[in-house]
Design a protein around this ligand. Sequence first.
Ligand code: AMP
Length: 467
Amino acid sequence: MPEKVQIRAIKGVRDILPPESGRWIRVEDAARKVFGTYGFGEIRLPEFERARLFERTVGNDTDIVTKELFTWIDSPKANRALKHIRAEAGKDAGKEIDPRLHIEEGLLREFEDGAFDSLHEQTRVCLRPEATASVVRAYIEHGMHTLPGDVKLYYMGPMFRRERPQKGRYRQFYQIGAEVLGQSDAPGIDAELIEMLFAFFGRVGLEGLSLDLNSIGCKDCRGKYVEVLRAELVKVKEKLGADSQRRIETNPLRVLDSKAPDEQAIIETLPRISDHLCEACKTHFAEVRRQLDLRGITYNLNWRLVRGLDYYMRTTFEIIAPGLGSQNAVCGGGRYDGLVELLGGLPTKGIGFAIGEDRLMLSLEAAGKLAVEPAVDAFIVWMGAATQATAIKIAQRLRGAGIKVELPPEEFKFKKALGLADKLGARYAILIGENEIAAGKFTLKRLADAVQTSVTEVELIEALKAN
Ligand code: AMP
C-alpha cells in the first residue's frame, strides 16, 4: 500500500468553491455586459508568455520582475546545458558535484558563441504577472492597428506573482482589465474608461469608492522631474530606510509609494510632478479632469500616485474600496503611450486598467452585497418505483425552463428526502406518489411555510418560474 499523503494547495493560492464561485460569475457577467455597452470585446490570452515580454515592459527594476515572476526554461536542451554550466562552475569553486547533474561533455560545444544565451533567453517563459503586456503583444502580432477606430479589449483571468501572501494578496489572483489602443490620446478616452469602471462598480453594487488621480508626465518632463527628485532625495538619504535609499538610484519615483511611517513627513516636502509637467502634459491632464467633470466623476488629486510599472505615462489612477484594510486598491490603471513601440509595433497610444477581482469580492462581502442565490429551486421527492419515470420527465422539463432542480438518483425515504431538501436550501419540494400519478397532478410544497397545493404540470412550471 502506498503511503497516504494529503496534498494541499500551494501557499498563496486558493480554491473558489460554490456558492462563492457563483458570485464571481455574476461579477464577471456584469463586467461583460457593461464593457460590451462601451464597445469592448473580450480577448482571451495565454496564461504563460516569454519572460522577456514582462521584463521589457513592466521594467527590470520592479518587484514584479525582480522577485515575483514564476519562470522556467521551456527547453530540455537548454536546461541540460544550464545544469552543465552550474556543475562546471561548482567544480571550479572546488565543490563536490551533485550527481543529479548529468554533465554532458560537449553539450555546450554544440552551441556557437552566444547561441546558448539566445536559446536560454528564447525559451525562458513565465506565468503572466499581469495582462497589459500580453494585450499589446497580441495587438502587434495580429496587426490590430489596421482595425477601424480605437481597439477596445477586455480580459479576465488569473495572474501570478510570487508575493508574500496576506489578506487581499495572493500568488494566484484574478484581474478584470480593459485596454484602449489606437492613434488617439484624446483625454475623453481616459475619462470614458474611468466612467465605464464606475458603471461596472455601480452595477455590482460597490459603493463608497474613491478615485485617486495623477499625471506622471511623459518621457521628457518625467525624466527631468526624476532628476530633480533624485537630487532632493540624495540630500535626505540618511533619513530614509534601506528600500527607499536603494530606490534613489534604481527608481526614485517609487520612493513616493513608500508606506514607511517615518518617511511620510520627508516625502511631503519633496518636489511634486505637477510643478514639472511640460505644456503638452499639463494641457492633457487639465482636459482629462474637465472630461471627468463632464461625466460627474469626482476624484482626489494624489501627486504621489506613480504606479509601480515602468510603462505608465501621463494619466495614472487608482480606485480605493472600503472594507479592505491595507490592501485597499481595488483597481489601478493608466496611460501607456509608447508601449506598443517598445515591443516593436508602430507608434500607438494606449490606456487601460486592471481590477483586482479577489479584492472586489472581499469588498462586496464586507458591504454585505453578496446575496446568495438559492442553489436549488425545487427538490423532487418521488415515492414508489412506478413514479420515477414521471419524476425524471418533469425534472427534464423544469430544467429546460431554467429552473434549478435536484432529483434523488434513487428512492429516498420521505423524511430523508424532505430533510435534504431543507438542508440544500430548496425553496420548494415537488411530491410525486401514487396518488399524484393517478390524479395526473403534482403536490407543490413551499418549504418556508409548508403550504401545499395540487398543480398540473403547466401550473407547476409557471409557479416555479414566477419565483
Ligand atoms: P497592478 O497590476 O499591480 O496595478 O494591480 C492591479 C490590481 O490588481 C490592484 O489594484 C489589486 O486590486 C490587484 N492585485 C495586484 N496584486 C495582487 C495580489 N497579489 N493579490 C490580489 N490582488 C492583487
